[in-house]
Ligand binder design. Structure first.
Ligand code: 4AD
Length: 459
């Protein structure tokens, strides 16, 4: 290495000026251009006197070749993974039969180290344990470094593409985006999952859902949506529950329950079409979930009572290990078994009033049940919950009372039934669950940047 330190490399001014390009940029290779790139070392391999480096910058990967003096320099000899580096050289197509990202290779004539990463015990490969169920917690502790992994960053890339596709689809559908508050004084989905906090000496909560606020906006804007965080103090550790998640919620005015279901199919398939029309995102989905196929419309529709019969016919028991009966909550395990066996998206509808939220409209033909829907996806289970909303003033007042909810804090919600009520309905889609399905991830924890769930609030 002492010898290596003596080698000095120069940026040769007689060479053509190097064009700065992102690693993923397509560029004409005839004649081979001189380019300048920056990135971090993702892989490296020595082959006799050659050093092959794969750089990463978020836009793509590039294979770079250091040969001759460049490979003998001290910095090349001691190069570590994750070191950030600038390289100049000629970008050439790789020989036939060899593989490299985008089938090209940067033949370096100059490089500079920007930020050296540690090696030895502190090398990234020693700080981030390998993937595997037994390392899940340790990897989440190191999520800030683990997310540099290709699979994790692909999932997070698809995530932003999906979020963008929802905005595009809503724009096409003429939905207006609103931004409801996160700090609230009302509950939506039951008291047991509320995060409560002190708000200038008043009791307040982190929002569980923006639904009630979306309902306030439809008289102004017509159909509306939001993409906001929702918070649930879930006291169980499952692979599909987070304490903080991204909630895509829509509310539609002057509709029927059937309109709501048709809209949901249109929305989901529209979003998938947008996402799959984007080559980079489509390639990532193909890699993450090679068997993915576009859902076929119309989705299978199944009433809650038929699901109960189906579960009993397939000997799938309830949480007390008994046959399912009308009024039972269909637990996560049973729901997933049914969805996996049927192996298609399902609209499960008409849940009993007792097991659903206070605001849900009753089915006019059978008041024991509500005009409600859960959309179930193979591998994940419920990804959407929605319903028509109770639009009658007196009925809503009665529902507060039945559910032990004081009506006073809801005065603004109740007023909507007094000032020009309407048949309306909406839904919430959990972005992390949608992604777990689309990207075939075992848990929603792998579909967010830094997951939050019981026991984890770091990094
Ligand atoms: O079924 P939920 O509780 O429905 C509502 O919150 C309605 N107020 C939404 C509305 O009508 N505007 O939640 C809707 C969806 C679920 O289907 C699920 O995808 C997701 O939100 N979700 C969660 N995702 C991750 N972690 C949790 N703890 C979740 N709770 C709900």
């Amino acid at each position: 290495l002492e010898e290596a330190k003596k080698i000095v490399i120069k940026d040769d001014a007689s060479l053509p000026a190097a064009k700065k390009i992102p690693l993923g940029e397509k560029i004409d290779l005839e004649p081979a251009p001189r380019v300048q790139v920056v990135g971090r070392v993702t892989r490296q391999a020595k082959q006799s006197k050659l050093l092959f480096i794969t750089l990463r910058d978020g836009t793509g990967y590039m294979q770079c070749l250091l040969a001759g003096d460049l490979a003998n320099t001290y910095h090349a000899q001691t190069l570590t993974l994750e070191t950030s580096i600038m390289i100049k050289g000629q970008l050439r197509a790789v020989e036939k039969g060899k593989t490299a990202p985008m089938n090209r290779e940067l033949q370096a004539d100059y490089f500079e180290i920007i930020g050296k990463a540690p090696g030895g015990d502190d090398a990234i490969t020693n700080r981030v344990p390998p993937a595997g169920a037994e390392n899940a917690q340790a990897r989440l502790d190191m999520r800030h470094l683990a997310m540099r992994d290709e699979e994790i960053s692909n999932v997070l890339y698809v995530r932003q593409a999906v979020e963008h596709a929802f905005s595009t689809k809503y724009w096409d559908l003429d939905f207006v985006k609103v931004s409801p508050p996160a700090l609230v004084q009302t509950q939506v989905e039951g008291g047991s999952t509320l995060f409560e906090f002190d708000y200038y000496n008043e009791k307040a909560y982190l929002t569980q859902s923006s639904q009630l606020y979306l309902e306030t906006a439809i008289p102004s804007f017509g159909n509306v949506y939001c993409i906001e965080k929702s918070f649930r103090a879930e006291k169980s550790l499952t692979r599909r529950h987070l304490s903080e998640y991204t909630h895509i919620e829509g509310e539609l005015d002057f509709i029927t329950f059937d309109d709501l279901l048709t809209h949901l199919e249109d929305l989901m398939c529209g979003v998938l079409e947008i996402v799959l029309a984007h080559p980079r995102t489509a390639a990532m989905i193909k890699k993450l979930n090679p068997d993915f196929t576009m859902p076929v419309r119309p989705f299978k529709r199944m009433k809650y009572t038929d699901a109960i019969d189906w579960l009993n016919a397939h000997d799938i028991k309830n949480e007390n290990d008994q046959p399912h009966a009308f009024g039972d909550d269909i637990a996560e395990a049973a729901e997933r078994r049914m969805t996996d066996i049927l192996n298609v998206p399902i609209f499960l509808t008409h849940f009993p009033t007792e097991i659903k939220a206070f605001y849900m409209q009753k089915d006019p033909t059978d008041p024991r049940v509500t005009e409600s829907v859960d959309c179930l996806m193979p591998g994940v289970g419920e990804i959407i919950g929605g319903s028509m909303r109770m639009d009658d003033y007196a009925e809503l007042m009665e529902a507060y009372q039945k559910n032990g909810i004081p009506s006073e804090p809801y005065y603004w919600y109740t007023d909507l039934r007094r000032y020009g009520t309407s048949p309306h309905g909406g839904y919430g889609l959990g972005l992390e669950r949608f992604l777990a399905w689309l990207c075939k991830q075992h848990t929603v924890r792998d579909t967010c940047l830094f997951p939050r769930y019981m026991g984890r609030c770091k990094p």
